[in-house]
Design a protein around this ligand. Structure first.
Ligand code: NAD
Length: 367
C-alpha cells in the first residue's frame, strides 16, 4: 500500500502512515522523511526492547541520527502519571530539546504514554509511532489520542497529538503471544461493527485464517482497519461531531469499566472490549432496532476468534461506579454507543439503568 497521508483539518501538520512488512530496519529513512529531528529517544517496554529495539536503534544510527533507548516495565500499569513523570525526567536527563523527537516502539501502552510525553514535554515535540502489537497497529497508533490512566479510570488525562509518522511493520507480530493477537482482532471487529460493514463482511470471510494468525490475513485486516479508522478520524479529529469518532467507542463504555474494576489485572483491553461489544449489541437489539441476526453475526465472529463471552465475576456496583467515572459519561449519566445496523454505530445515548443492569448480570457481573 502507498503511504496514507492523513491531513487533519485542525492540525498544523499531517501524519504519514506507512505499512511496510520488514520496515523496522528502514525506520531511519522513514524518520528522515517525516521529521527534521536529528536526535531520538526510543521508548519501549522490556519485552519489546529485548526483541526489537536493537534493530530500531541501528536503523536510526545508520541513517546518521542519534538514538537512545528508554526502557519501561511492560503492562497497563506503566500507563500512569508516576511513570509519565519519570519519563519526562529521563527526557530532560538526555537533554532532548524541541527539535528532537520521540519514537514509541511498543503496544498501545507505550504509544499512549510516549505519545502523551511527546504532547507535553517542552509543550510538544514530534513523535513517530512504531506499533508492535496488532491492537496498536490497527487502532491506537492512528488518530492521535494519547493518554495516561488515573486511579479513577482509564485515559482520564491525555491530549490529541498526532504522530508525524506511523510505521506499521506486520512482521513484528511474529513474536506477539497468541492471546495478544486475539485481543487485537477485537479492535478490528469493532471497526467493522461500528463504521465499516464491508470490513465486517471481510472478517467473516477470513475468520479461519485470522483466528490462526496467518500473516496475509493479518496484513489484510491491518490495512482495512486502518483505512476505516482514518476515514472517520480525519473528519472528526477531536471526537466532537455527532455520530463521528464517538462511533469507534462501540464496546468501550463497558470495556473500560471492566479493566478499571479489575485494577488492570483482569482481561486484556481487547478482551474487555469484546465483552463490551457483546453487551452493546444486546442493548442495541433492545433499544436501537438492531436485527437479532446481526447480533448473532457479531457473537459468531467473536466466538470464532476465541474472544471471551463473559467477564470474570465482577461486582455490579464496581462496574457501574467505573462507568460513571469514564470520560464518556455526560452530566446526565452513562451513555452507550449503540448500532442499529452492522457498521452504523451512532450517537451515544442514555439507557434505562434497569436494562443495563440486566445486560451486565447476563455478561458475568455479580449482584
Ligand atoms: P500493551 O502495550 O500492554 O502490549 C501488550 C503486551 O505485548 C505487553 O506485554 C508488551 O510487552 C507485549 N508486546 C508488544 N509487542 C510485542 C511484540 N511484537 N512481541 C512480543 N511481545 C510484544 O497492550 P496493547 O494491547 O497493545 O495496548 C493496550 C492499550 O492501548 C490500552 O491502554 C488502551 O487503552 C490503548 N488504546 C489506545 C487507543 C488510542 O486510540 N490511543 C486505542 C485503543 C487502545
Amino acid at each position: 500500500m502507498a503511504d496514507l497521508v492523513i491531513r487533519y483539518p485542525s492540525a498544523s501538520r499531517r501524519s504519514r502512515l506507512r505499512i511496510d512488512p520488514g520496515g523496522l530496519v528502514r525506520l531511519g529513512s522513514f524518520a528522515r522523511l517525516v521529521t527534521r529531528a536529528r536526535r531520538f529517544a526510543v521508548v519501549s517496554d522490556r519485552n519489546v526492547a529485548r526483541l526489537h529495539a536493537g534493530r530500531a536503534l541501528r536503523s536510526l544510527r545508520g541513517a546518521g541520527l542519534t538514538a537512545t533507548a528508554i526502557v519501561l516495565a511492560p503492562g497497563e500499569r506503566t500507563k500512569g502519571s508516576a511513570q509519565l513523570a519519570r519519563l519526562w525526567d529521563r527526557l530532560t536527563e538526555l537533554g532532548l530539546d524541541r527539535e528532537d523527537a520521540i519514537v514509541a516502539l511498543g503496544g498501545g501502552v507505550i504509544g499512549d504514554l510516549a505519545g502523551f510525553a511527546a504532547a507535553t514535554y517542552l509543550r510538544g515535540v514530534d513523535w513517530i509511532a512504531l506499533p508492535t502489537t496488532l491492537l496498536a497497529q490497527v487502532d491506537s497508533s492512528v488518530g492521535g489520542k494519547t493518554a495516561v490512566d488515573l486511579p479513577a479510570g482509564k485515559n482520564l488525562a491525555g491530549a490529541f497529538h498526532q504522530p508525524v509518522g506511523v510505521l506499521v511493520d506486520p512482521h513484528l507480530l511474529a513474536t506477539l503471544p497468541a492471546r495478544q493477537r486475539r485481543a487485537g482482532l477485537a479492535e478490528v471487529v469493532k471497526a467493522g461493527m461500528a463504521v465499516d460493514p464491508r470490513l465486517f463482511a471481510w472478517i467473516e470471510r477470513h475468520l479461519v485464517a485470522l483466528a490462526a494468525g496467518e500473516p496475509d490475513a493479518l496484513a489484510g485486516a491491518i490495512e482495512r482497519a486502518i483505512r476505516a479508522k482514518a476515514r472517520v478520524v480525519r473528519r472528526d479529529e477531536h471526537e466532537r461531531r455527532r455520530g463521528g469518532r464517538t462511533a469507534l467507542n462501540f464496546g468501550h463504555t463497558l470495556g473500560h469499566a471492566i479493566e478499571a474494576s479489575r485494577d488492570y489485572r483482569g482481561p486484556l483491553h481487547g478482551e474487555a472490549v469484546a465483552i463490551g461489544m457483546r453487551v452493546a449489541a444486546a442493548l442495541s437489539v433492545r433499544v436501537a432496532g438492531l436485527d437479532p441476526a446481526a447480533r448473532a453475526r457479531l457473537e459468531a465472529v467473536l466466538d470464532a476468534l476465541g474472544l471471551p463471552r463473559r467477564m470474570p465475576p465482577t461486582p455490579l456496583s464496581r462496574l457501574l461506579a467505573a462507568m460513571r467515572q469514564d470520560k464518556k459519561r455526560s452530566a446526565s449519566g452513562v451513555r452507550w454507543v449503540l448500532t442499529p445496523r452492522v457498521g452504523h454505530a451512532s450517537v451515544p445515548r442514555l439507557i434505562s439503568g434497569r436494562l443495563v443492569q440486566a445486560a451486565l448480570l447476563e455478561a458475568g457481573a455479580c449482584a
